[in-house]
Design a protein around this ligand. Structure first.
Ligand code: NAD
Length: 478
C-alpha cells in the first residue's frame, strides 16, 4: 500500500493571508542590489562573516523578549517553549558556526595522482552569491535564522522571506535584522506565495526553502527555469516504533513531551506510533498518564492551533477517524484550541494516517513482528525523522539500517536537530539537501576544485605526435 504525505496545508482551500506588508521594491531590484554588494568582495572576508554571526548572537541576546512575545502573538506558544524552540536553537547554530568558521573556510588539500604530479590539489569553499531563504510559520524565527547562519558563514548575501502566517515575527525580523547584520547584504522581504514566486523567478544562486512537501514541489518548479539549486526542508509523517524491550515509561514521557511542544506543529514531531502488540495497552496507559502529568498545570485546557484553517483540518481528521479516542478529542473553535489527543488503532486509510498531522493528535497502531513494523513504515514516503525506542541491540541495528529516513533517533525524539554536528534534512518526499553546522556551510558554498601545476617540468612525450614508446609510458601512468 502506498500513500502520499503532503503538506498539512495542501488539501484545504486557500484563505486570505493575514496582512503582512509586501515589499514595494521589485524582486529583480533587490537581487541586483545584493549582487553588487557581493561582487564588491567584502562578504568573502572571514572578518565580515564573523561580524554578521556576532550580530546575530547579539540580536538573540538583546531582543529575546521581543522574539518570545512575537511568537506568543503569532502562535500562542508559551515563553519557555518560544525561547527553547526559536531563541536557544538559533543561538546554538550561531555559536557553533562562530567556533568553527575558520576551519570550515580553510582549503581542503587533496592527494594528486601520479600523472598530474608535481602539483597541488585542493577544494576551496567559495560563496555562492545571493541566497534566498524562505521560512515557514511554525518556528518563524529559528527556521529563517538557522539557514541565515549558514548563508552568512559561507560568505553569501541573503534575502529572507519569513512566513506571512506568522506576521508579528515576520515584521520583527524585518525591523531587527538590519540593525544587527550588514543591511546592504541581508534583506528581509515580507509577503506571501506570490512574493516568494517573484523572488525565485528573479534567479538567485540558491534557494533554501522550509515548508510543506506540496509547496516544495512548486519551489523546485519555479527554480528550474533559472537552474537555481534548491535545498528543500519539507515535512511528512515521522513514525515512532516502540519494541517490547523499550523502557516504556521513559518512552511514553519523551514522546508525549515532544508531541506537546508547539502543539505538535513541529516538522519532526512524532506523527504516529507503532507499538508491539504485547505492550500496547501498557504503553497507551503510560502515554495518557504522561500527557496528563506534563499538562497538570493546565488540566482541561486545549493546545493553541495557528489558524482556523489548520483547526478545521485537524478537527476533520478527528471526526473521520475509525480509531478509539483514548485521551482528549476536544476541539474548541472559539478559543482555536485542540486537546492533546491519543487515537488508538485507526485504520491506516484514515485521513489521520494518510496526511501529515502537524497538530496535537497522536495515533497509536499495533504491530506483531518487527518485519511488519518496518514494512508499514517503508510502504509510505521516506520520513523526515524516524524514531526507534528499544533496548535490544539487534532490533536497534535493524531499525536504523532498514528504515530510510532524513534522520533517525534511538530512544528519543527530535533531538538530532539540536546536534549541529549532524546534517539536518529529509530524503525523498521529506526533502532534498541538508544544513546545520558544517553541512549548512557546505550546502551554501561552492566546493571549487583547484589544481595548481608548475611549468618547470614539461616533457615533450606527453604532446603529439606520440611515439610508440610515449604511448606505452602514458598508458602505464594513466
Ligand atoms: P508552506 O509550505 O505552506 O509555506 C512555507 C513558505 O512558503 C512560506 O513562507 C510561504 O509564504 C511560502 N509559500 C507558500 N506557498 C508558496 C508557493 N506556491 N510558492 C512559493 N512560496 C510559497 O509551509 P508552512 O505551512 O509554513 O509550514 C508547515 C510545513 O512545513 C509542514 O509540512 C512541516 O512539516 C514543514 N516544515 C518542515 C521543516 C523542516 O525543517 N524540514 C521545518 C518546519 C516545517
Amino acid at each position: 500500500m502506498t500513500t502520499t504525505a503532503s503538506s498539512p496545508a495542501a488539501p484545504t482551500p486557500a484563505v486570505p493571508s493575514p496582512a503582512v506588508p509586501t515589499s514595494d521594491v521589485p524582486a529583480a531590484q533587490v537581487l541586483a542590489d545584493l549582487r553588487r554588494v557581493h561582487a564588491g568582495g567584502r562578504t568573502h572576508e572571514r572578518a565580515w562573516r564573523d561580524a554578521q554571526l556576532a550580530g546575530l548572537e547579539r540580536l538573540l541576546a538583546e531582543r529575546e523578549q521581543e522574539i518570545v512575545a512575537a511568537i506568543a502573538a503569532d502562535l500562542g506558544r508559551d515563553g519557555v517553549e518560544a525561547w527553547m524552540g526559536d531563541v536557544a536553537s538559533s543561538r546554538a547554530e550561531v555559536l557553533h558556526a562562530r567556533r568553527h568558521l575558520r576551519r570550515w573556510m580553510r582549503r581542503r588539500p587533496q592527494a594528486v595522482p601520479l600523472h598530474q604530479q608535481p602539483a597541488l590539489a585542493w577544494v576551496q569553499p567559495e560563496p555562492l552569491g545571493v541566497v534566498l531563504v524562505i521560512g515557514p510559520w511554525n518556528y518563524p524565527v529559528y527556521l529563517v535564522l538557522a539557514p541565515l547562519v549558514a548563508a552568512l558563514a559561507a560568505g553569501n548575501c541573503a534575502v529572507v522571506k519569513p512566513s506571512e502566517l506568522a506576521p508579528v515575527s515576520s515584521a520583527l525580523l524585518a525591523e531587527l535584522l538590519p540593525q544587527y547584520v550588514d543591511p546592504e547584504a541581508v534583506r528581509v522581504v515580507q509577503g506571501d506565495a506570490t512574493t516568494s514566486q517573484d523572488l525565485i523567478a528573479s534567479g538567485f544562486d540558491h534557494v533554501l526553502f522550509t515548508g510543506g512537501t506540496e509547496v516544495g514541489r512548486k519551489i523546485m518548479e519555479a527554480a528550474a527555469p533559472t537552474l537555481t539549486p534548491v535545498t528543500l526542508e519539507l515535512g511528512g509523517k515521522s513514525p515512532v516504533v516502540v519494541t517490547a524491550s523499550a523502557d516504556l515509561e521513559v518512552t511514553a514521557r519523551r514522546i508525549a513531551w515532544f508531541k506537546l511542544v508547539n502543539s505538535g506543529q513541529t516538522c519532526i514531531a512524532p506523527d504516529y506510533v507503532l507499538v508491539d502488540a504485547g505492550v500496547r495497552d501498557r504503553f497507551v496507559d503510560l502515554l495518557v498518564g504522561a500527557v496528563r502529568d506534563l499538562r497538570r498545570d493546565k488540566a482541561g485546557a486545549g493546545l493553541p492551533i495557528v489558524n482556523d484553517r489548520q483547526l478545521t483540518r485537524l478537527a476533520a481528521y478527528l471526526r473521520s477517524t475509525t480509531g478509539r479516542v483514548a485521551l482528549g478529542g476536544g476541539v474548541d473553535e472559539a478559543a482555536r484550541t485542540i486537546e492533546p489527543t491519543v487515537v488508538v488503532d485507526p485504520d491506516p486509510e484514515d485521513e489521520l494516517m494518510r496526511e501529515e498531522i502537524f497538530g496535537p493528535l497522536l495515533p497509536v497502531l499495533t504491530y506483531r513482528t518487527l518485519d511488519e513494523a518496518i514494512s508499514f513504515v517503508n510502504a509510505r514516503p521516506k520520513p523526515l525523522a524516524f524514531y526507534a525506542f528499544t533496548s535490544s541491540a539487534p532490533d536497534r541495528r535493524r531499525l536504523v539500517r532498514e528504515v530510510p529516513a532524513g534522520g533517525t533517533v534511538v530512544n528519543h525524539v527530535g533531538m538530532h536537530s539540536l546536534v549541529p554536528q549532524l546534517p539536518f534534512g529529509g530524503v525523498g518526499a521529506s526533502g532534498t539537501g541538508a544544513y546545520h553546522g558544517r553541512w549548512g556551510f557546505d550546502a551554501l558554498s561552492h566546493r571549487k576544485a583547484v589544481l595548481s601545476r608548475t611549468t618547470r617540468l614539461d616533457p615533450s612525450f606527453v604532446y603529439p605526435p606520440y611515439s610508440p614508446r610515449a604511448v606505452r609510458l602514458i598508458k602505464r601512468v594513466l
